[in-house]
Design a protein around this ligand. Structure first.
Ligand code: CDP
Length: 229
């Protein structure tokens, strides 16, 4: 391992803002590890549902925590206790419950501990809601990616269609609005832009434009040059 402090790039923002698509590309361009923190909360939610427990009851989720082992593989697949859950964690049922699980302080503290540990091992691009504001306050680059709620719902609806996830545009719009509300109003560690983050409105930008804009910011802040797409 290198003696130097690893570099961290935090990409935060509301639901379905396209963070993971962009974060993956930025990580690839720089040769960094991509960490999808939303997938971790989704995996916990799936574990609670699969155990036939109530994802809105803190004691149910907390009781399961010691038995939850999440692995983020280099190919970006997400594993829960040895099972590949990459697909099932994106289903409407998990999406509708994940913000309740993510509002539970003991769950957050357990996930944040793992996220911080991952960031000590290699250079990372980490996406989420609280990476720049709480998880990695010393991240060298902090991006807060926004887009209108209609634009985000449309993007997620099209993504869902591609993945054969059954949901109408109206259902996706309601779910995105509901998650944004819960995520930004929870007591502990809510969704918010870190004061030193750079806000990027991606409503009228292509993925390529967003990736290149972030690579420009990375270059300015760290001197590192990523491979352009
Ligand atoms: O991809 P999408 O925007 O739909 O969401 P995600 O990144 O997969 O995150 C799913 C949910 O996990 C969010 O709606 C939050 O409730 C929670 N989350 C969080 O609280 N903190 C994070 N760092 C990441 C996700």
């Amino acid at each position: 391992m290198s003696e130097q402090t690893p570099i961290a790039i935090a990409i935060d923002g509301p639901a379905a803002a396209g963070k993971s698509t962009v974060a993956k590309e930025v990580a690839k361009a720089l040769g960094f590890t991509y960490i999808d923190t939303g997938a971790m909360y989704r995996a916990v939610t799936y574990a609670v549902i699969a155990a036939k427990k109530d994802p809105q009851k803190e004691e149910d989720a907390v009781a399961l925590l010691p038995n939850i082992q999440i692995d983020l593989k280099p190919d970006h697949s997400i594993w829960l206790n040895g099972e590949d859950v990459s697909k099932v964690i994106r289903t409407p049922l998990v999406s509708s419950q994940v913000s309740y699980i993510a509002a539970m302080k003991p769950v957050r503290l357990a996930m944040i501990e793992q996220q911080r540990a991952l960031a000590t091992r290699s250079n990372v691009v980490m996406d989420g809601r609280d990476i720049g504001s709480y998880v990695l306050p010393h991240a060298q680059v902090k991006i807060f990616q926004i887009a209108s709620v209609e634009c985000r719902a449309k993007r997620r609806y099209l993504e869902d269609q591609e993945k054969n996830i059954p949901a109408t545009y109206e259902e996706v719009l309601e779910e995105v609005k509901k998650r944004d509300y819960i995520d930004s109003h929870r007591d502990f560690d809510p969704l918010m832009a870190a004061p030193d983050s750079i806000s990027l409105d991606t409503s009228n930008m292509t993925v390529k434009e967003v990736v290149n804009a972030i690579l420009d910011i990375v270059k300015e802040k760290t001197g590192l040059e990523g491979e352009r797409c």
